[in-house]
Design a protein around this ligand. Sequence first.
Ligand SMILES: [Fe+2]
Ligand SMILES: [Fe+2]
Length: 298
Amino acid sequence: MLTHSAPSSTAIAGKLTRASRVHRWDVDVHFDWPDAIPETAWCTSPELVSIHGTPLWSRLDEAQQRKVALYEAANFFSLTLQGERSLVSGMSELLYSSRLSGDVTEYLHHFLDEENKHMAMFGAFCTRYIGKVYPEKKVVIPRRRAKGEAEIALFCKVMVVEEVGDYFNVLMQRDARLHPVVREIHAMHHRDEARHIGFGRAQTRELWARYATAWSDAERGRFQDWLGDYVRSTWGDFYNPSVYRDAGLADAPWSVDPYALRREAMAHPDAVATRVRASRRVVDHFVRSGFLREPPTL
Ligand SMILES: [Fe+2]
Ligand SMILES: [Fe+2]
């Protein structure tokens, strides 16, 4: 439920703009990219690799596990980049519209500037170390929308990308087993995202109060169903058969079917527990605010 003490997006936008100016950084000079990531380095915490816990994972030697962890890092960075790409295009549309206050518009410039740097940072890692960015898998199905729904959906998608991603950023920025450049990517992303998440919460609460209170029960129900599906489908992208193939798991001696491995990994209790843990903060916000009726089954 909306609490009257919650700060408005306009009230926090000024503060966030000042913080963004203080923490401004230059993506072109910040990173000292090594020519290659040594094979002895981890790029994803082993416990956070999508196939961790499966029988195959324990059969792999450590060098092969680290190879999977490199492609998993590239997949995670690609997913975040792809999510940011579509939110940047949606948010740019809102600039200077009468629906936003001057303070919010000013902050959106910083938000977009920071997301642009994140995409450059993630893109640099992926193209340097695996030679590509993994493509987006999500298919957008056009549908009828209630008044204000497109905007609420946009900011909810932003929150899912940011809050789920931040769970991994926080854990991996402090994992001493990871290559320093990987830790620094997580650290830089977390630093900017802490502000974005605060803004996203205020913005979604406000938009909901402005629009969704006038929706019919059927319209609200349709939105809640969509949001639950969206959270679930976001997790589907974490288990990428292309990652398993690129890491050599489809070849001898492992010779696994990447799609069967994906199904096995997704069904593993450790993976379910990670999905629930990583989604808890954003799902709690959605349930508390009425955007979801109940936590989706992940
Ligand atoms: Fe970002
Ligand atoms: Fe962000």
